[in-house]
Design a protein around this ligand. Structure first.
Ligand SMILES: Cc1cc2nc3c(=O)[nH]c(=O)nc-3n(C[C@H](O)[C@H](O)[C@H](O)COP(=O)(O)OP(=O)(O)OC[C@H]3O[C@@H](n4cnc5c(N)ncnc54)[C@H](O)[C@@H]3O)c2cc1C
Length: 514
């Protein structure tokens, strides 16, 4: 690997376990779309001095972890993929998990990323050393010293378990949808599914015909739109291969249509009424039973929570062996789920479709900034990041898909690519200016965040539903409340003026060599 560009290299500092820490310019944590995308862009920029630390046994992030039956993307694949790595061969318009995972593994192979990847390396802590102006990065299998730390651990990578009394002592089998136990045979079993979000609506139809009895526990009925997924034709695949411009045009069309959808979220509810009408008609058409339909009717504005796509969710709930339970769960006892009204459901397996720690990820408790506080401690009033990427008190750290970069209407890959532009430009600025350290100025971050939050009132996300977009204080620290092309525009260049910079010459050499 090449040596540091900006900070003079020195002997490695002793790591926690006693072994010397490996020195790299950049340590990326996570190998999902964001981590892999950055690694590709680094190599394209001629930067080889980086390592990618991944806790899992393979790359792919979301698409490596979520192997549940029916897992697929809900943004068309031509857009839910990198613009710099189009795949003319998608076999469906909305690809399924195995194909997306293959795509990501293929990228790691094609771009020769494996020499940089350390699988089975879970980040256990990282702290900024103000003397050395470097990060000390600790993993389950070794330590690194890095000039720059990139947190690409993903917003949806830490499964959330519901706070149900007795669940941990359940005497049957329990697993989360993101940790599907494929060795466990559900055939003929009595199964409970807790949650009716994006994952549950995909796997429930796949298991409903296999299990003996299925109890689906719903807290809030989601909005469901008809799915337009279909296999791609051979002609389409040939066309896109021969004529990449045609695929680009489709991608642009999908992108523009999705951006238009935002108007109903931020501007005027009337833009969303068409979609609400379609969803209501979908429910009416698919569920003739009025009592069941009433339970499935959403009681919040479309878009306040993630909109879901499915043609087989409602039919699955109408199967004779499936029960939709809308009463609150009181507790779990032995193999029994006890409801608030005292009724009981005895089950063999509980599958948790209960989402992820989005606004309170465990990694926020692992990373310590200049003042020794963790990200979680420093952001109790609500996490903020300039351009969704750089945080106060955390020099030389980029968070990919950080606060207020999430979307309800478009592809996260578009946002990831925008942030990759920002990181690559920051590295260019550092190299050209011989800059060792950057740190977002608190006043620049406060102004940026105030602007974002000023856009929230009146949007659909603040219209009263309870969603994972909101943090414990009720702030929307998750969603980008504007058109995505604006985010792309703002991230095309590193905003030098918003940062406090330190030149390499000002970093004491003795400190580096300590
Ligand atoms: C089932 C599912 C379907 C989705 N469908 C869509 C969709 O259709 N469209 C869309 O736009 N978005 C979708 N998303 C959101 C999706 O997460 C993002 O689109 C994107 O994949 C995020 O990529 P990422 O690299 O930021 O994070 P991830 O893909 O989550 O990657 C993060 C990586 O970090 C690793 N990691 C985490 N903690 C540590 C640690 N302590 N040490 C080391 N490694 C660690 C994880 O193992 C993982 O590999 C979906 C999410 C899920 C869960």
């Amino acid at each position: 690997m090449s040596s540091l560009a900006a900070v003079p290299a020195g002997p490695a500092k002793q790591a926690r376990g006693g072994a010397p820490a490996d020195r790299v310019r950049i340590a990326i944590v996570g190998s999902g779309f964001a981590g892999l995308g950055l690694a590709i862009r680094l190599k394209q920029a001629g930067i080889e001095d980086f390592v990618m630390l991944e806790r899992a046994a393979d790359v792919g992030g979301t698409w490596q972890a979520n192997t549940y039956p029916g897992c697929q993307c809900d943004v068309p694949s031509h857009l839910y993929s990198f613009s710099f790595a189009p795949n003319p061969g998608w076999t469906r318009t909305y690809s399924r998990q195995p194909e997306i995972w293959d795509y990501l593994r293929g990228l790691a192979d094609r771009h020769d990323l494996h020499p940089h990847i350390r699988l089975g390396h879970e980040l256990t802590g990282a702290s900024w050393d103000d003397d050395e102006q470097r990060w000390h990065v600790h993993t389950s299998r070794g330590d690194w010293s890095a000039q720059i730390l990139v947190d690409a651990t993903g917003p949806l990578s830490h499964p959330k378990l519901p706070a149900i009394r007795g669940l941990r002592r359940f005497e049957g089998k329990v697993f989360h949808s993101a940790e599907w136990d494929h060795d466990h045979d559900l055939t003929g079993e009595r199964v409970a599914v807790i949650g009716t979000g994006a994952s549950a609506i995909q796997f429930v139809p796949r298991i409903a015909g296999r299990v003996g009895k299925l109890h689906v526990f719903q807290r809030t009925a989601p909005w469901i739109l008809p799915h337009t997924d279909r296999p791609t034709t051979r002609l389409e695949r040939r066309l896109y291969k021969a004529l990449p411009l045609a695929q680009k045009a489709v991608r642009a069309g999908v992108y523009a249509a999705r951006e238009f959808f935002l108007l109903g979220y931020i501007k005027d509810r009337r833009f969303a009424t068409g979609a609400e009408r379609v969803a209501k008609a979908h429910l009416r058409r698919q569920v003739p039973d009025a009592a069941l339909r009433a339970k499935l009717r959403p009681h919040f504005r479309l878009g306040c929570k993630r909109i879901l796509l499915s043609n087989d969710w409602y039919p699955a709930l109408m199967r004779p062996n499936v029960e939709l339970v809308t009463d609150e769960i009181s507790h779990v006892h032995g193999r029994t789920i006890v409801l608030a009204d005292g009724s009981e459901r005895e089950v063999d397996t509980i599958i948790l479709g209960t989402g992820f720690h989005v606004t309170d990820p465990p990694t926020a408790r692992l990373v310590r900034g200049r003042d020794g506080r963790t990200i979680a401690q420093a952001s109790q009033a609500g996490i903020q990041a300039y351009r969704g990427a750089t945080l106060a008190g955390l020099p030389n750290l980029f968070k990919l898909i950080g606060p207020n970069t999430g979307l309800g209407h478009n592809s996260m890959i578009y946002m990831i690519e925008a942030q990759l532009n920002y990181v690559i430009d920051a590295l260019r600025v550092m190299d050209e200016g011989d800059i060792a350290t950057f740190e977002i100025r608190p006043e620049a971050l406060a102004a940026y965040n105030a602007k974002i939050q000023s856009k929230m009132p009146g949007t659909v996300w603040m219209s009263g539903c309870s969603s994972w977009y909101l943090d414990a204080n009720g702030n929307n620290t998750t969603i980008w409340p504007d058109f995505t092309f604006r985010f792309r525009h703002h991230t095309r260049r590193f905003d030098v003026g918003a940062y406090a910079l330190r030149r390499s010459a000002d970093v004491p050499r003795t400190a580096v060599a300590a």
